[in-house]
Design a protein around this ligand. Structure first.
Ligand SMILES: NC(=O)c1ccc[n+]([C@@H]2O[C@H](COP(=O)([O-])OP(=O)(O)OC[C@H]3O[C@@H](n4cnc5c(N)ncnc54)[C@H](O)[C@@H]3O)[C@@H](O)[C@H]2O)c1
Ligand SMILES: [Zn+2]
Ligand SMILES: [Zn+2]
Length: 378
């Protein structure tokens, strides 16, 4: 590769400060250092977590930053010590690393790795250890990935190699939303055949959770959203019943309890709202109900009455659907190529990187499921 070992000047969307539009800039991307991989991003989608960081962030030290973490690309060059990847490999960056060596990676119980960017900085989400500069300033890296850029450099612990046949402008969704929701149902909740489920929030994460509930054999999947325009899509992914909390004067947990003879077996919160987290828990049946928190917020604490758990409910959380990325991502890509996983149905808009602010606006207004930004040719 002509660019290997050299600084690449390329286009990226820089978030200089919170609550302001991103600015398309020429940035410099330094070559990968030891154990790092430089990736040409082909396609990246916008996830709610990018929007949260821009609009709800409480840490002044997390800007300027290049956002984006749901993407797919092609390896451009690798640093010393990298043997797992070579230029030309199709890859998906992972915001949860898998070093394969730490006690968490060695345990089958979790996908939390202690070696990644997140060590000690989980609430900040953006780290200064990036290879980006712009106008003489260091630009931070978001979630260890930063994919709103033509090139990015990530640690090899944070890269999954995928099938060369995969269309990158579709499988980019596997980099976050689809694995997150699907895995929350299948891996974290462990939805059982014949069960009754409720999914709160029908963005890409919630719709993927609906798809996971269906794949696990749930017989009733209640889709809950305050935006009724989302119900049509939820039906496509397998939802059987639809509830708009705005149509009811009583608590939504009461409504679901009446629909299900005492509560659902599994509920998944895919909104990122502590009130909804509580409702999702209270919508579960006593004795064995399991509620999984998937939505992200660090603005508020959640609360619930202890009796909810004393009565036999379980309250859990899930990051990236519990998948260990290096294993789970290639499997999900294969499932898509084998036509056992829907992806195309999530994509409501296709745009270029230059239009990233329009894509963010669509998400703010609840007018999209996923917008895919086409960054570089495949
Ligand atoms: N845990 C993880 O690993 C992880 C990964 C990715 C995203 N997330 C989080 O998951 C959440 C969903 O992400 P997304 O990209 O699908 O977002 P999205 O904005 O596309 O979807 C959220 C949906 O929730 C609905 N909603 C809002 N308030 C509601 C309420 N009170 N009751 C019911 N529905 C309500 C909205 O109408 C919308 O359809 C976000 O909080 C995101 O940050 C978590
Ligand atoms: Zn995400
Ligand atoms: Zn690890």
């Amino acid at each position: 590769m002509a660019t290997a070992g050299k600084v690449i000047k390329c286009k990226a969307a820089v978030a200089w400060e919170p609550n302001k539009p991103l600015v398309i800039e020429k940035i410099e991307v330094a070559p990968p250092q030891a154990n790092e991989v430089r990736i040409k991003i082909v396609a990246t989608a916008v996830c709610r977590t990018d929007v949260h960081h821009l609009l709800e962030n409480m840490h002044n030290d997390s800007f300027p930053v290049v956002l984006g973490h749901e993407a797919a690309g092609i390896v451009e060059s690798v640093g010393s010590g990298v043997t797992e990847f070579q230029p030309g490999d199709k890859v998906i960056p992972m915001y949860i690393t898998q070093c394969r060596e730490c006690r968490f990676c060695k345990s089958p119980k979790t996908n939390q790795c202690e070696k990644g960017w997140g060590a000690g900085r989980h609430s900040v989400l953006a780290t200064p250890d990036s290879r980006f500069t712009c106008k003489g300033k260091k630009i931070l890296q978001f979630l260890g990935t930063s994919t709103f850029s033509e090139y990015t450099v990530v640690n090899q612990m944070a890269v999954a190699k995928i099938d060369p046949a995969a269309p990158l402008d579709k499988v980019c969704l596997i980099g976050c939303g689809v694995c997150t929701g699907y895995g929350a149902a299948v891996n974290t909740a462990k939805v059982e055949p014949g069960s009754t489920c409720a999914v709160f929030g029908l963005g890409a994460v919630g719709l993927a959770a609906v798809m996971g509930c269906k794949a696990a054999g749930a017989k009733k999947i209640i889709a809950v959203d305050i935006n009724p325009e989302k119900f049509e899509k939820a039906k496509v992914f397998g939802a059987t019943d639809f509830v708009n909390p705005k149509d009811h004067s009583k608590a939504i947990s009461q409504v679901l309890s009446e629909m299900t003879n005492g509560g659902v077996d599994f509920s998944l919160e895919c909104v990122g709202n502590v009130g909804v987290m509580r409702s999702a828990l209270e919508s579960c049946v006593q004795g064995w109900g399991v509620s999984v928190i998937v939505g992200w917020t660090n603005l508020e604490d959640f609360s619930a009455r202890p009796i909810q758990l004393i009565a036999g409910r379980t309250w859990k959380g899930s990051a990236f659907g519990g998948f260990k990325g290096k294993y789970g991502i290639p499997q999900m890509v294969k499932a898509y190529l084998d036509k056992n996983l829907k992806l195309d149905e999530f994509i409501t808009h296709n745009m270029t990187l230059d239009q990233v602010n329009d894509a963010i606006e669509l998400m703010k207004q609840g007018k999209c499921i996923r917008t895919v930004l086409h960054v570089s040719p495949q």
